[in-house]
Design a protein around this ligand. Sequence first.
Ligand SMILES: O=C([C@H](O)CO)[C@H](O)[C@H](O)COP(=O)(O)O
Length: 215
Amino acid sequence: MVRPLIQMALDSLDFDATIALADQVAPYIDIFEIGTPCIKHNGVNLVKAMRSRFPDKLILVDLKTMDAGEYEATPFYAAGADICTVLGVSGLATCKGVIKAANAHGAEAQIDLINVEDKVACARATAEAGAHIMGVHTGLDAQAAGHTPFTDLADIARLGLNVRVSVAGGIKASTVQDVVRAGASIIVVGAAIYGAPSPAEAAREIRDLVEATEV
Ligand SMILES: O=C([C@H](O)CO)[C@H](O)[C@H](O)COP(=O)(O)O
């Protein structure tokens, strides 16, 4: 089995702090996610800066696009994004626009299933449309209301679609092995790393746990 990739969500608003945090955790991380608040605040220049500082890492730009898919995503792929996200709730036309922009740049499009009512139907339709990654995601506000992504992850993973499955939503050391066993191929961790006393140590622990998980 291929080791699942570890994605670190960079959710600060501060440009320099984002780069500094990425520097600390880089040895343990496969994908840097420029989080939605961060990309809204800092824009495409942060993607360019991250691309040039981390040429060997994958960069996901968490656009959560809701309309004008191809038009919105194109400059971010052109700036060096490997993956951009589009909301499943945006509808198939917008998802197809981001998929088209991704394919034009040899990159990938991730469908974010956050707040989608029928996640299985959305996953099937967008996978059929050529989406590369399906993102099972319990957002920060839903987490605060007590929700988790675990049931949704099991539902999407068992479909066996021809996509990679990413999971996000409060994943931490005590749950990371469960999501690996449940079939996630990309594990997203934000607060459990950036909120730790030592983000590097927290990232290393997550990496060790993922590597030690038998599936
Ligand atoms: O995508 C995220 C959220 O919607 C804000 O943009 C987070 O980056 C994602 O949930 C991962 O962070 P944690 O839930 O803190 O692990």
